[in-house]
Design a protein around this ligand. Sequence first.
Ligand SMILES: Cc1cc2nc3c(=O)[nH]c(=O)nc-3n(C[C@H](O)[C@H](O)[C@H](O)COP(=O)(O)OP(=O)(O)OC[C@H]3O[C@@H](n4cnc5c(N)ncnc54)[C@H](O)[C@@H]3O)c2cc1C
Ligand SMILES: *[C@@H]1O[C@H](CO)[C@@H](O)[C@H](O)[C@H]1NC(C)=O
Ligand SMILES: *[C@@H]1O[C@H](CO)[C@@H](O)[C@H](O)[C@H]1NC(C)=O
Ligand SMILES: *[C@@H]1O[C@H](CO)[C@@H](O)[C@H](O)[C@H]1NC(C)=O
Ligand SMILES: *[C@@H]1O[C@H](CO)[C@@H](O)[C@H](O)[C@H]1NC(C)=O
Ligand SMILES: *[C@@H]1O[C@H](CO)[C@@H](O)[C@H](O)[C@H]1NC(C)=O
Ligand SMILES: *[C@@H]1O[C@H](CO)[C@@H](O)[C@H](O)[C@H]1NC(C)=O
Ligand SMILES: *[C@@H]1O[C@H](CO)[C@@H](O)[C@H](O)[C@H]1NC(C)=O
Ligand SMILES: *[C@@H]1O[C@H](CO)[C@@H](O)[C@H](O)[C@H]1NC(C)=O
Ligand SMILES: *[C@@H]1O[C@H](CO)[C@@H](O)[C@H](O)[C@H]1NC(C)=O
Ligand SMILES: *[C@@H]1O[C@H](CO)[C@@H](O)[C@H](O)[C@H]1NC(C)=O
Length: 514
Amino acid sequence: MSLSRVTVGTVLLSLLAGTVAQGITSSQSLANFTQAGPPPNNTKVLILGGGMAGIIAARTLHEQGIDDFVVVDAKTEFGGRMIQKPFGLTGRQVVVENGPSWIKGTQDGDGNANPVWELAQKHNLSMVESDLYGSISFFDYTGPSNYSDAFDTSIDAFNNATVVAGRGVVENKVDLDLRSAYSYLGMAPTTPQEQACQYYQVDFPFLQSPSQTSWFASAWRHNFTYVPEAGGYSDVNMMSVDPRGFAFIVQAEAVDFMKTNQILYNETVSSIHYDENGVTVLTQGGYNLTAEHALVTFSVGVLQNTDVVFQPAFPDWKREAVNSIEMAGYNKIFLQFNDTFWFDTEMGLYADLQRGKYPVWQSLDHPDFFPGSGIISVTVTGDYSPYVEQLNTTQLQDEVMEVLRTMYPDAPDPADIHIAAWGSNTLYRGAYSNWGASFVPGHLQNLRANLDGHLWFAGEATSLKSFGLLQGAYLEGQRVGLEIANCINGGQCTVPPDTNIVNAQPYPSDLQVQ
Ligand SMILES: Cc1cc2nc3c(=O)[nH]c(=O)nc-3n(C[C@H](O)[C@H](O)[C@H](O)COP(=O)(O)OP(=O)(O)OC[C@H]3O[C@@H](n4cnc5c(N)ncnc54)[C@H](O)[C@@H]3O)c2cc1C
Ligand SMILES: *[C@@H]1O[C@H](CO)[C@@H](O)[C@H](O)[C@H]1NC(C)=O
Ligand SMILES: *[C@@H]1O[C@H](CO)[C@@H](O)[C@H](O)[C@H]1NC(C)=O
Ligand SMILES: *[C@@H]1O[C@H](CO)[C@@H](O)[C@H](O)[C@H]1NC(C)=O
Ligand SMILES: *[C@@H]1O[C@H](CO)[C@@H](O)[C@H](O)[C@H]1NC(C)=O
Ligand SMILES: *[C@@H]1O[C@H](CO)[C@@H](O)[C@H](O)[C@H]1NC(C)=O
Ligand SMILES: *[C@@H]1O[C@H](CO)[C@@H](O)[C@H](O)[C@H]1NC(C)=O
Ligand SMILES: *[C@@H]1O[C@H](CO)[C@@H](O)[C@H](O)[C@H]1NC(C)=O
Ligand SMILES: *[C@@H]1O[C@H](CO)[C@@H](O)[C@H](O)[C@H]1NC(C)=O
Ligand SMILES: *[C@@H]1O[C@H](CO)[C@@H](O)[C@H](O)[C@H]1NC(C)=O
Ligand SMILES: *[C@@H]1O[C@H](CO)[C@@H](O)[C@H](O)[C@H]1NC(C)=O
């Protein structure tokens, strides 16, 4: 794949039209884009959460002629899980991304475009193509070890699994988890090196182990992201290297259509009361806001906990759906060194005897990313995440350096280290959602379904084709924005649940105890 810097790190941007006064550049107006005092009360819509889903829902309402809304967020800027962090020693700092950094799938010719890719281009995000499958060095618990053939086989195996899954979906077969599927298809990895390769295809994008991941859903998300002939965007991954942060694309978009009196920042929602007349939202700071409608875009991890109290409590079908999808872990650990000593590919894959132990390394010092930064990062996912999040910095550094010294025995100590902890963050409670084999499309319908025609839901987890990803959040924000606008404009107000999720075939009669 070609490596191309799409835009230079242009910080000063051109004039914006619309609600923003002439002569103010986007970056300046962003600085001024703060809350204008107490927000209006008794609006038509309260949008709870100012991440990708919330801001795109707000924009969709605006496009439908509805501006009587307020966006509430616990943070003091928009972007949600898109969170940048200046990392490194003074004088050598680089803006790294604690959360997402890749636009997964772009556009193939004039095919289907990833809307996040379009948004990034609109706002001149500085980004580079990331060659995740072609620029990679291999290591195992003995040191450097070239198992690139096993890696190629693992790509093949995953693709084969997606093809057979396609037939399974068409034939309405019962889903399996991916461990079962690999085994059934005669492709189960056996060695630690093969495990690491499979990890890269499965756990790295889906965050959980094959046994925790749906065969069918992982196949269709892969297709709808990367495979144009199967409805996807393209096989290209673009990485943000923008010093304004990846979140800039959401923040700049908000500036384009929102007014500062539609913002309520720095307020954590504590309870949401709903009935067939409307909603009341209480915040920790003491706001009592009423509205006709509320849109909840909090992560499914937040909904699984008691951070936000819903009154009345969710009906059974909603509770089942919310708890049937997993909010999975994903941590990036950043290390800065005075000098680089590692691979000159973009990625490094490390196969430990323990699957999932500090396996995926990325050189941010690579010439296409942040040359001279001295930064390398390592990623852990799934069940390893809560483990690394409870380590203190010394313990974490010792563990990570033990692995790095397996790869490079003479590696010095890092000058700086940083871990992005998501599982322990009460605003997220994990990184993003993953479908297990027991989560079925009916559950997804029930995640989306609204309550009493006034409490609505959207976010990455409610996306059928792109769960977990930014485009999933974007498209769900758009979907729900259109539905709410339609309701306000006199149309249908119910997004109905499937209250009868049952097996396609009855259980054997000798199991049916009378
Ligand atoms: C480490 C990591 C890496 C990722 N990598 C990628 C990637 O490379 N590519 C990709 O496409 N996707 C990636 N993702 C996923 C992507 O970040 C999400 O799909 C997307 O940001 C979700 O947007 P959302 O609007 O659904 O939710 P959110 O962004 O979570 O928005 C919800 C908002 O609600 C707010 N909130 C929560 N609780 C409350 C409360 N009680 N009161 C008030 N406000 C509250 C939060 O502050 C947040 O702003 C990654 C995520 C993580 C964590
Ligand atoms: C993005 O950059 C292009 C070319 O430099 C410029 O024409 C355009 O106005 C910029 N757009 C924004 C929103 O800054
Ligand atoms: C916007 O903020 C800048 C400083 O960040 C300030 O100089 C300018 O006056 C502000 N403009 C408006 C319209 O408030
Ligand atoms: C690893 O092996 C592959 C094929 O077996 C070969 O093409 C590649 O050059 C090797 N890489 C290194 C770094 O030796
Ligand atoms: C994938 O399928 C092709 C065609 O059936 C087969 O030749 C190949 O061996 C399979 N690859 C793996 C890893 O199973
Ligand atoms: C994924 O795409 C492949 C290739 O186009 C196709 O054969 C398969 O049926 C698709 N799988 C699913 C689950 O859609
Ligand atoms: C957020 O609110 C708290 C009080 O709840 C206040 O102390 C803090 O300064 C506020 N932060 C910002 C950035 O406004
Ligand atoms: C909003 O209006 C409701 C009544 O309509 C009132 O109970 C509540 O206190 C108001 N909240 C604020 C912040 O003014
Ligand atoms: C919030 O406002 C509503 C509507 O006026 C009112 O019924 C409710 O008691 C208020 N709740 C609190 C905690 O102030
Ligand atoms: C980290 O934890 C270890 C083991 O519990 C402890 O010995 C050490 O003092 C801790 N270090 C810091 C900096 O807290
Ligand atoms: C890195 O360089 C800084 C500044 O020269 C120095 O203080 C520090 O000791 C060095 N760190 C290591 C691990 O060599």
